[in-house]
Design a protein around this ligand. Structure first.
Ligand SMILES: [Zn+2]
Ligand SMILES: [Zn+2]
Length: 425
């Protein structure tokens, strides 16, 4: 079918606006707006004289006059974005099914090969207008905000993209979980058991870092994505643990990291500390979660019976470089499936004795259960320090001192072990 025959056939469906007519051949030529192309097609068709082309005088049967309202929609979008800080935006829309069906019917009937959907033109045209009005660029891949026009309802919904900050945290106090931990009884609803907080613990690293951020960004929430996690009763010392914090639906987004870091550190009151390294993104969250990190722990170990530091050191050296078989520890078996995990001990060493307890440093593969490596967990973990010594041994305090994606070539310099710092608690 010739182009003009197609144009004639389209016009037979009913009155159609230049936009909707031009869009039927949308991807055929570049540089022209759909409305300009539509107008040109209509005029050329009229001159050809085969079919009576009616001028645009009635309401378009496809879009119902939507394209006469582009400025109105741009107003609605600009109003919906008022008060929100952003640099880039993207327009989306919800098209009523009837409109989509109408144009798809024509595409199929006339075997049109390169039509552009109404949705695409609407988004582009409103985007141009909002961009001109606000001075903000349209960004198709990582917009700060997405404004979605609900064409049937005449309303605009705004979705604010989250912000991501990459940093490292230190946890100086035991008893703080990494993330919010919902009350087991009420699952977050609030009940007598949890004092109607919905929580097992009043604070978490996530909240100590996130709470001031939520306030500063006027955000809905702040979610912590850590490179692994330490136990509640372990501190996180040494070089800190890498994390990305996701600030959900921030109303403000232009902040410098250094003052943010200061506010968080002041607010956390020395229980947790952070450095914010750089603005991050969703992709880095995936990376950080998938990293198979090595971790270094500093632990205090109590051993039944009289053992010298040298005897303990000798026993520890038999574990170095060895793959440990660990059946799911009894203490976590209620929430993890029972199976045997194999994890390597990269380095293990006794670095001192404090109050008859042995100060030991362990560098192990991610997922190595340290307490069980020492105690043997009633034979569930083999080999173990307890097994090698033939005496009961237990961890009385545990700190994570290093989290790295790769095994560090050199041992970190500062491993201060001030006396008293490793007391049981
Ligand atoms: Zn139309
Ligand atoms: Zn509860």
């Amino acid at each position: 079918m010739e182009l003009l025959d197609r144009v004639a056939s389209i016009l037979e469906y009913g009155p159609i606006c230049d936009h909707c007519l031009g869009r039927m051949f949308g991807k055929r030529s570049h540089g022209l707006g759909n409305d300009e192309r539509g107008r040109a097609l209509r005029i050329t068709g009229s001159i050809a004289g085969d079919v009576a082309f009616a001028p645009e005088q009635e309401v378009c049967w496809i879009c119902n006059g939507l394209f006469a309202e582009l400025d109105l929609w741009a107003d609605r979008v600009a109003k919906a974005l008022e008060g929100i800080e952003f640099d880039t935006l993207l327009i989306g829309c919800r098209v009523p099914p009837l409109i989509a069906e109408s144009e798809e019917m024509v595409w199929t009937d006339l075997s049109l090969t390169h039509p552009e959907p109404l949705k695409a033109e609407f988004n582009r045209e409103v985007g141009k207008r909002v961009s001109a009005r606000t001075g903000h660029e349209v960004d198709f891949t990582h917009p700060d905000v997405v404004a979605i026009a609900d064409l049937a309802a005449g309303e605009v919904e705004v979705q604010v993209s989250p912000l991501f900050i990459y940093g490292r945290y230190w946890k100086y106090e035991r008893g703080i979980p990494q993330t919010r931990w919902h009350c087991r009884v009420c699952r977050g609803e609030g009940c007598e058991r949890c004092g109607f907080t919905g929580r097992m613990y009043a604070d978490s690293v996530e909240e100590l870092i996130g709470r001031p951020l939520i306030e500063i960004f006027s955000a809905d929430d702040a979610v912590l994505h850590g490179a692994g996690r330490e136990d509640i009763d372990a501190r996180m010392l040494g070089t800190g643990r890498p994390f990305v914090i996701e600030v959900v639906a921030p109303i403000t987004r232009r902040h410098d990291l250094t003052p943010l870091e200061d506010v968080v550190n002041r607010s956390a009151g020395g229980r947790v500390a952070v450095v914010f390294d750089h603005w991050s993104d969703r992709r880095e969250v995936e990376t950080i979660k998938s990293e198979k990190a090595y971790k270094k722990y500093s632990i205090l170990v109590e051993i039944d019976g009289a053992f010298s530091k040298e005897e303990v050191q000798t026993a520890l050296k038999t574990l170095e470089g060895v793959t440990i078989h660990q059946r799911t520890p009894a203490r976590v078996s209620h929430r993890r499936s029972d199976r045997v995990r194999k994890r390597r001990v990269k380095e293990i060493e006794c670095v001192g004795v404090q109050d008859c307890k042995f100060l030991i440093e362990v560098l192990g593969e991610a997922g190595l259960y340290i307490k069980e490596l020492i105690s043997g967990d009633d034979g569930r973990t083999t080999p173990s320090l307890s097994g090698v010594l033939g005496a009961a041994a237990r961890v009385t305090s545990l700190d994570v001192v290093l989290v790295e994606a790769v095994v560090p070539e050199t041992r970190p310099q500062q491993m201060k072990t001030e006396s008293g710092e490793y007391g049981t608690s």
